[in-house]
Design a protein. Structure first.
Length: 56
């Protein structure tokens, strides 16, 4: 007996965890926002971020 093969494969939703396009895009946006905030902090306080955090 031969088995009948399916003609349509299911469309699976891409996971939201792990290395996928969604996670990489979200990580890139968070990095851009963090960098922009760092530049704004340096401009407003006239100090580097390390000085502002008390590490220098």
């Amino acid at each position: 007996m031969s088995q009948v093969q399916p003609t349509v494969s299911p469309k699976l939703e891409e996971p939201k965890f792990g290395f996928n396009e969604y996670a990489e895009r979200l990580n890139g946006r968070a990095a851009m926002i963090g960098f922009l905030l760092m530049v704004v902090i340096e401009y407003v306080t006239n100090q580097g971020v390390l000085s502002w955090l008390g590490l220098k």
